[in-house]
Design a protein. Structure first.
Lengths: 151, 151
């Protein structure tokens, strides 16, 4: 299997679960916070979507073009679909040798990493915040929740 | 780098963060639940520790010996230290060829997987629940929290 296919599949095994959780968040819960010091549901979801897109853009040595206007009214389900599609396209564009390229993330993370490690880090970041999101969605009253990974 | 060393380092990059969060949970919060339908903090931490240990034991074709008495009084910080040490020992015992062995998890997960995939799945499971745990610890009033991964 091509490495880019492996990473696309691995990403989607988690992102499709994220998107399933996002679909459960009604407009009335966009500002929901499970604790006083937490990000709101909307802030958390936007952070997940944009961070992953920025990580894989960096791995592909691309400048991420903004996919949405931060000040516009947002539909989180539609935004999740858009960022997922664009992130998949970038992963699919990566050739085997691109994954070995050393990427300079000094400005954002204070280190340089091979592209492949950035993609792994981006997926770990997704899983971590999806773990947050499960508690948020449960706090909104939902109990019929998916497995943490799609088989 | 040996694959077992890679997996030990990858596991610890997340588990040491888990353990740092666990240290913040006082006895008075062992029964804390962020939502009515959530596991308690104690249940969540015990689930994380024992699941990872059972996953890597299965990957190593070992029967996991119980490391603690479920009915005894538990100190979560000590339990986390014990399970982390024993899980590391099992990962370190894995030779390159052991990681390619197909492990039958039909009884628990309904599928068969190479040992290496089980270890990856176990780490994803750890990250997911650590993501839950961040919300728990924030709900207990803590705001000085670590990064989701240790560099």
């Amino acid at each position: 299997m091509k490495k880019s296919t492996h990473y696309k599949d691995y990403f989607l095994a988690h992102r499709l679960v994220t998107n399933e959780l996002v679909e459960k968040i009604g407009n009335n819960h966009y500002n929901y916070k499970p604790t006083d010091t937490s990000m709101s549901a909307k802030e958390l979801v936007v952070h997940m979507l944009t961070s992953f897109y920025q990580f894989v853009s960096a791995a592909a040595k691309r400048t991420p073009t903004p996919l949405h206007d931060e000040n516009a009214d947002i539909n989180l389900t539609e935004l999740a679909k858009l960022y997922t599609e664009e992130s998949v396209k970038i992963i699919e564009s990566l050739a085997e040798e691109d994954l070995d390229e050393i990427i300079d993330l000094t400005a954002v993370l204070g280190l340089k990493l091979p592209a492949e490690k950035i993609i792994n880090l981006a997926i770990d970041h997704e899983i971590n915040h999806k773990g947050n999101l499960f508690v948020y969605v449960r706090g909104m009253g939902h109990t019929d929740l998916p497995m943490f990974i799609r088989k």
